[in-house]
Design a protein around this ligand. Structure first.
Ligand code: ZN
Length: 87
């Protein structure tokens, strides 16, 4: 009788553990999503001189004008800034 009780406890424990394993991966995947704000926060932000937006250095569009490195949020801003500089 006592032995049966132990087996019952072991089964309940295993079912509980399996339930945890099946439930946890989806929650973990969402938290460690690549490009999450946590990884961007550690990066240096650079200012787009055309529109004034701050962008992470790694995802910014860079251009060298007269030996000066400039960072832009998008290719459009880069092109517009260059066009304005030329005139
Ligand atoms: Zn911009």
């Amino acid at each position: 009788m006592f032995f049966r009780l132990i087996i019952a406890f072991v089964i309940v424990y295993l079912v509980y553990r399996m339930g945890k394993i099946f439930l946890s991966p989806s929650a973990k995947e969402r938290r460690s999503f690549p490009g999450s704000p946590a990884s961007i926060a550690g990066e240096d932000l650079v200012k787009d001189p055309y529109c004034g937006t701050y962008v992470p250095e790694s995802s910014a569009f860079t251009v060298n004008i007269n030996g000066e490195t400039l960072y832009f949020c998008s290719k459009e801003c880069l092109e517009k800034y260059k066009a304005e500089k030329m005139n």
